[in-house]
Design a binder for this molecule. Sequence first.
Ligand code: SAJ
Length: 426
Amino acid sequence: MSFESLCVLGLGYIGLPTASTFATHGINVVGVDTNTRIVESLNNGHVHLFEPGLRTLVQAAIGSKNLTIQSAPQKADAFIIAVPTPFKEEKSADLSYVVSAAEAIVPFLEKGNLVILESTSPPRTTVDIVAPILEKSGLKAGADFHLAYSPERVLPGQILRELIENARVIGGIDSESSEAGKALYGIFVRGEIILTDATTAEMVKLMENTYRDINIAAANEFSRLAARFEVDIWEAIDIANLHPRVKILKPGPGVGGHCISVDPWFFVEAAPDVAKLIHSARLVNDGQPQFVVSSLSAAAGSLKGKRIAALGLAYKPNVDDLRESPAIEVVKELVAAGSKVSVYEPYDTDHAIPGAITCTSLAEAAKDANIILLLVPHTQLTAIKPEQINNLAQNAIIFDTVNGWDRAEWKQAGFSYSRLGDGKNR
Ligand code: SAJ
């Protein structure tokens, strides 16, 4: 099967790089987003997301005339659905974007087309939800058009490389659909392409992120135990990881982002009687901002009225993505505790948190602070030296939630320095 045209629905962190990569590999791509602001800004050459290399890639794709951006789909050989699947307040999956995208394809669907769902979805979404919607076209899934689930597995910050190099899972609703998916992604994927069925592919995606969530929860729980038993968790992890079969991840203020903090809930929602470990891990990670605040108050005394410079808001280092960020939860808790919080996020100096002051520089945030709180180990934040803070907030207490700074260096400069999960060096 060969493809000349493609329609990608959803131009976020996955859809936009995917559409652009297909376009730079010679496919005629229409990128679709229902948000007209995104459509306009892309058409004006402005990329609304920060991901290393993405701007250059998008500009090359648009410049080649192989990528056009519009707000509605059109006829194509293949369609990729890459819209978000957020979760609702009660932690159930919100499939409304997937449903709308599938409905938007219906008028354009033709015999022989391929439809791929990439959005992370609860098990059986492709078969039980997407197939029936597409069949409203009068065509039969499998018999008349191909349908497959193919999860994205790329790491934000390394999306462009991983999109091409990572192994790709393609789960068709039948073997012809899997083969069609392989022919499509084979255009640029250099990693292994593994074929399976749609529900297995959905489950694989959720298992990968759930596995990581559980492992981070273990690290976070260890950090709480270390604080209790006067052990330095960072030292203990380094030693434990010398064991050839142990690889403990890093504790921190919690798990954020739109993937790992969300996907495990899809299992919990779908099978609460079974997914008990998964549920507990979620609760541990979601409780970590609270642990940061109680550890900080153990180190610095009452937080009421204290001026705190909170450094970093993104969900992880060196990205501009603030979705589900535990750093934001920490700031909210501090505001609720009566602290005067000044926030500096170098990748997004506009983001406002009610009750906190948004700052555009380190100097603005740290000036006369009682506490300097490192929440995200962005390279430019871990590069901060004690001398810089010395000039701004000489007697500040340093609290490092991510082991981003060198304890000895700060101690030597005369600062009181504490680290999350370090019960030994208080
Ligand atoms: N984190 C820790 N400790 C660690 C590692 C991470 O606290 O040792 C935190 C991070 O700070 C962040 C969160 O976990 O808040 C998640 O970060 P991450 O780098 O582990 O993962 P994501 O969410 O950026 O990307 C994940 C990846 N999945 C896996 O590694 C199994 C990526 O490959 C997926 O494509 C992506 O989810 C997705 O879109 O599903």
